[in-house]
Write a protein that binds this ligand. Structure first.
Ligand code: R5P
Length: 332
């Protein structure tokens, strides 16, 4: 946590923060940054499997912030969030802010097979219908998903914490590598702020847990590599890339991603990657102890959400949250 947290009493009694069941630890961190507390919720599962969610205190005339990441069980967490938003609306909240650190359905962003739903857009619509006035999220799978949301949405980035961390390492021989040309822009932005070069893999997804990377475009031979992606799910993308990087004589390899989802075979695959020096991720999703490999580092993004919430509630511009590229690091 950074030391720029908001002063005690800034929101007097005007703010209520609620945590869905997906990530109470991050909600606590955000509340601590805002110098306030997380309010109670009561949930009940009826015998017919219906869910009931009740906000534990009055929200009449208050600004309500609800924090829920789309982690497994995603459908349950989504429904819980929709019900909390609806409950806040019908209890006369003044404004309702949905904070979704990991919006997993951003991966469903196009109609790439017949008769499928573009669920990323559907769920964005549902959030608006439920009563959210505003959404805050981080590192969407593709930036265009931002446009799916029918209400004002702040698309935040975790790059600040990566830049701060990587600046503590020796980067003299390092290059940032994106597993996918389609996401190379993101990697390029990180590389620029670190003052190093960028390369990208030519990736094609074959199934949910396997990809093929035919080649790497860029000068990676004999370098140290920071492999940078939006998320590691099954680990298929990064492990395939690591194999290719090894074949190109790359030295130290660090894997970095905003969302450490680590689903299915991911942990077993990553544990078998001897060449990987470190796996750096953030706490947009909770990472249980059994998934925490010895070479894993989890950086906190609680203060980034705290700042964005503070700016919104104080009616201040959030553009300063993106300004660190030019003001802090370019030319460093
Ligand atoms: C996909 O295009 C994303 O940018 C990530 O590369 C992907 O979600 C990672 O999934 P996995 O770890 O299963 O390859």
């Amino acid at each position: 946590m950074t030391d720029d947290s908001v002063p005690m009493g800034q929101f007097a009694d005007s703010l209520r923060i609620f945590a869905g069941s997906s990530h109470p630890e991050l909600a606590q961190e955000i509340a601590a940054y805002l110098n306030t507390r997380v309010s109670e919720i009561h949930t009940e599962r009826f015998s017919n499997d219906n869910l009931m969610v009740q906000l534990g205190e009055s929200v009449r005339g208050k600004d309500v912030v609800i924090i829920q990441s789309f982690t497994p069980n995603v459908s349950e967490h989504l429904l819980e969030l929709l019900m909390m938003i609806d409950a806040a609306r019908s209890a006369s909240a003044r404004t309702i802010h949905a904070v979704i650190p990991y919006y997993s359905y951003a991966r469903s962003d196009k109609k790439d097979a017949p008769r499928i739903s573009i669920a990323g857009r559907l769920i964005a619509d549902l959030l608006g219908h439920a009563g959210a006035d505003h959404v805050m999220t981080m590192t969407l799978h593709s930036p265009q998903v931002h446009g799916f949301f029918p209400v004002p949405t702040d698309h935040l980035t975790a790059d600040e914490v990566f830049v701060d961390y990587f600046h503590t390492l020796d980067l003299s021989n390092a290059i940032v590598v994106s597993p996918d040309i389609g996401h190379a822009k993101r990697a390029s932005r990180l590389a620029k702020s670190l003052g190093i070069g960028v390369a990208a893999g030519d990736k094609e997804r074959q199934s949910d847990d396997s990809v093929a990377i035919s080649t790497i475009i860029g000068d990676v031979d004999g370098r140290d590599a920071i492999v940078f992606d939006d998320e590691i799910a099954t680990g298929g993308s990064v492990c395939e890339l690591v194999n290719l990087l090894e074949a190109r004589g790359v030295g130290r390899i660090i894997l970095a991603c905003t969302h450490g989802v680590f689903s299915g075979p991911a942990i077993a695959r990553l544990a078998a990657m001897d060449k990987v020096y470190e796996i750096v991720t953030t706490n947009t999703v909770p990472i249980p102890s059994y998934k925490r490999l010895a070479n894993m580092r989890v950086l906190s993004v609680g203060h980034i959400f705290g700042r964005a919430i503070n700016c919104n509630l104080m009616g201040q511009s959030i553009s300063s949250l993106f300004a660190f590229w030019s003001e802090k690091w370019i030319g460093h």
